[in-house]
Write a protein that binds this ligand. Structure first.
Ligand SMILES: O=C(O)CCC(=O)C(=O)O
Ligand SMILES: [Fe+2]
Length: 364
């Protein structure tokens, strides 16, 4: 009987969701008495697809950033070798000793938490429109105009480059986000230069070809409250990221899983490391050599998880094509047709590409 009451109650809360009046999962999770996942949020995963914990085959590649920027020539070439392997075999790696102070990372997580703690009324101002490239946008799920299953996730996204944007609330958000985005971008630039070298190209090849100076950088913060039945809901379903590289930090809760050799691998990065993954534009540029990798965010029953994903891409008007220098050297035909980054992002977030590999739309 109690069970039925709860289900009806949560159904009523969820029914209030509509594209113009977005409610949020934080409010639902905190409303008390929620003992099961409401049907609109039901998303089940297959436990047999999970990688064995501690299997060395699934041990995560780690890149020591300090050796890349200030190691001896031998140390640097060893890191470049590891980076090449990580890009080719995983598309995901962890970056340690990156030099961004803990204070900057923790400061960013804490202002994001404060943002999610604003009242619904206060957040409404930052809801944005249906334009996927709104400078500031917040909401719940992925895109409630097209979602068939609601996600156990609220989000706030801001464009931080080429122009820096920030909500004016809560106090301190803008300062923390500005410092965090600047420092994170410096690390991303070094990594992209190093990735260029691992491809046998000039270190500034990618940044030049992608108009990096005007490149898009987003701060996308995710809020996943504790969930009463974590196996029956999902924070973010399997997807690849649209840009070149994404750098991600999280509070001390895990939840990111990466697909590797057909299994889902738990990614337990320490809070002061960056988790880096390659995005679709890197796969296009390298003509499938370095692939963007499928990943997802699962939820847990213990505590709120916050992650901040920072995708870095070309400038929005760059038409991304496989690098002619690589095609020539490898005697390959291009396997992707060109598309502007802006069109790609819009396509990826449209109903046409919902839960589908967006990159297949431009595969020749
Ligand atoms: O929260 C996470 O760990 C994953 C987030 C993510 O994949 C994204 O925002 O694109
Ligand atoms: Fe992602």
């Amino acid at each position: 009987m109690a069970q039925i009451t709860v289900q009806i109650m949560s159904f009523e809360v969820v029914k209030a969701v509509n594209p113009t009046k977005a409610t949020n999962i934080k409010a639902l999770a905190e409303s008390g008495g929620l003992t099961s996942v409401p049907s609109e949020y039901t998303f089940t995963t297959n436990p047999n697809d999970q990688a064995e914990a501690n299997d060395p085959e699934y041990s995560i590649p780690t890149i020591d950033f300090s050796l890349l920027t200030s190691g001896s020539p031998d140390q640097r070439s060893k890191v470049l070798h590891d980076l090449h392997k990580a890009c080719e075999e995983w598309g995901f790696f962890m970056v340690i000793n990156h030099g961004v102070p803990d204070k900057v990372l923790k400061g960013m997580i804490s202002v994001c938490e404060a943002f999610f703690n604003l009242t619904d009324e206060e957040k409404k101002e930052f809801q944005g429109t249906s334009n996927v490239l709104d400078p500031i946008k917040c909401g719940t799920s992925f895109n409630i105009a097209i979602d068939k299953v609601l996600l156990w996730r609220d989000f706030v996204k801001v464009i931080s480059h080429p122009d820096f944007n920030s909500p004016h609330k809560p106090v301190g958000f803008s300062e923390a986000a500005s410092e965090f985005s600047k420092r994170t971008r410096e690390v991303a630039t070094e990594l992209v230069n190093a990735i260029s070298e691992t491809l046998g190209l000039e270190s500034n090849y990618i940044t030049k070809a992608m108009n990096w100076d005007q490149g898009l950088q987003l701060l996308a913060a995710n809020y996943y409250p504790a969930c009463p039945e974590p196996d029956r809901a999902i924070g973010i379903p399997p997807h690849t990221d649209h840009g070149l590289v994404t750098l991600l930090i999280q509070n001390d809760m895990g939840g990111l899983q990466v697909q590797h050799k057909g299994k889902w691998v738990d990614w337990n990065a320490p809070p002061n490391a960056f988790v880096v993954n390659l995005g679709d534009q890197m796969q296009v540029l390298t003509n499938d050599k370095y692939k963007s990798v499928w990943h997802r965010a699962v939820v847990n029953s213990k505590a709120t998880r916050i992650s901040i994903a920072v995708p870095h891409g070309p400038s929005v008007d760059t038409i991304v094509v496989p690098a002619p220098e690589l095609l020539e050297r490898e005697h390959q035909e291009p396997v992707f047709s060109g598309m502007s980054y802006k069109d790609y992002v819009e396509l990826q977030q449209s109903s046409k590409a919902y839960m589908k590999p967006c990159i297949d739309f431009i595969r020749i």
